[in-house]
Design a binder for this molecule. Structure first.
Ligand code: TYF
Ligand code: FE
Length: 363
């Protein structure tokens, strides 16, 4: 089937937060992102503030409200800090928006042009799960730093990279029984195809269960897994998310590194907290994944997980939630040939998540 809505790449991921300045501090000093642009009172914007931070090909926008009634404030009251917008770069905003809406997308913002002395910036948005949106961005004729209304970042935050290079995938949690609807949405509206699926046999442990399907765009570069809770003996981790986020939303962003030992050591040094698996995981590792390039002692010391498939192997680790509620977390991933999502780690990973759920009194 033809790619009826070609997407060039992920342009940015925007978080709505309670305190953009301090979230920007976390992204800078803990995660190693460099602040590049700013929008707020000093650039003539009176109702909100946004910081743009970058590392490798990853661009994050962190936005906070300056007024009681701003939609950002309403979002944060309901959901806490979380992802609002997964924005994609397209050749034509008009074509992308018209195509998506004619195929059933709920429109959020019609194609809009904003201009300044650096040129024209075009944007339109459609709804996806929960209060999350996808914006389409067209800015080939825009030579400014980020977008109109933004100026250079002139503050004192200084980043040292942690080696993160790209977004590998972004996962959405949806309500029980809704996964197929959202799979169909990405298929019908955005022309994504199903990349891989995991059912409850793959990923249910004694207490916590979920189902997951991975949707990928035409180029295969953009991957959006969708999770839904499945019935288990106790509360699913996905249901815990839905309860605290008060609905569907982005559960995790997986960020790619080419040197996971370095990246995880850096993140740990800077206070990023990760889930841990028991020693027994590492006792079984060598027989499960065979020979790998990395020193097993180092892998174990940093509590990194490893999985192998027919094409190679991958290394991954999951942060604890990085916001107040047990909702959004990061995954750090290095791929050495493997294109999967670490199915062989699901049991150990979900048991680690369940231990955290238990500590939170949510199991
Ligand atoms: O994205 C994935 O599929 C892997 C595994 O709640 C995973 O990162 C799946 C569900 C989940 C946490 C991790
Ligand atoms: Fe993941």
């Amino acid at each position: 089937m033809s790619d009826f809505l070609p997407i060039r790449h992920l342009e940015y991921v925007e978080f709505y937060v309670g305190n953009a300045k301090q979230t920007a501090y976390f992204f800078t000093y803990a995660m190693g992102f460099k602040p590049v642009a700013y929008s707020g009172l000093e650039t003539g914007i009176r109702d909100r503030v946004s910081y743009v931070v970058e590392q490798g090909d990853i661009r994050i926008v962190i936005s906070g409200a300056l007024t009681e009634t701003h939609p950002i404030a309403e979002f944060v009251r309901t959901h806490g800090d979380g992802v609002k917008d997964i924005a994609m770069r397209v050749d034509s905003v008009d074509a992308a928006f018209q195509t998506a809406v004619s195929r059933g997308a709920v429109p959020v913002m019609e194609p809009t042009t904003v201009s300044d002395e650096y040129g024209e910036y075009r944007k339109a948005s459609i709804q996806t799960y929960g209060d999350t949106i996808h914006s389409f961005i067209e800015k080939d004729n825009y030579k400014g730093l980020f977008a109109p209304g933004y100026g250079p970042y002139t503050g004192q935050f200084q980043a040292t990279s942690t080696g993160l290079v790209a977004v590998d995938h972004i996962v959405g949690n949806v309500e029980l029984g809704k996964m197929e609807e959202w799979v169909a949405y990405y298929q019908d509206v955005l022309g994504f195809t199903q990349f891989i699926s995991f059912d409850d046999k793959d990923i249910s442990t004694e207490y916590s269960a979920l189902m997951s399907k991975v949707m990928a765009n035409g180029t295969g570069r953009i991957k959006f897994p969708i999770n839904e809770p499945a019935q288990g003996k106790k509360k699913s981790q996905i249901q815990e998310y839905l309860d605290f986020y008060q609905g569907p939303g982005v559960q995790h962003m997986a960020l790619l590194t080419h040197d996971i030992l370095h990246t995880v050591q850096e993140l740990r040094n800077r206070g990023v907290e990760f889930l841990t698996v028991p020693d027994s995981y590492y006792e079984e590792l060598r027989s499960r994944v065979g020979a790998i390039d990395e020193e097993l002692d180092e892998i174990k010391r940093l509590n990194i997980l490893v999985d192998r498939d027919d094409e190679g192997y991958l290394l991954q680790i999951f942060s604890k939630p990085v916001v107040d509620r047990p909702t959004f977390f990061f995954e750090i991933i290095q791929r050495k040939g493997a294109k999967g999502f670490g199915k062989g780690n699901f049991k150990a990973l979900f048991e680690a998540i369940e231990r955290e759920q238990e500590r939170r009194g949510n199991l």
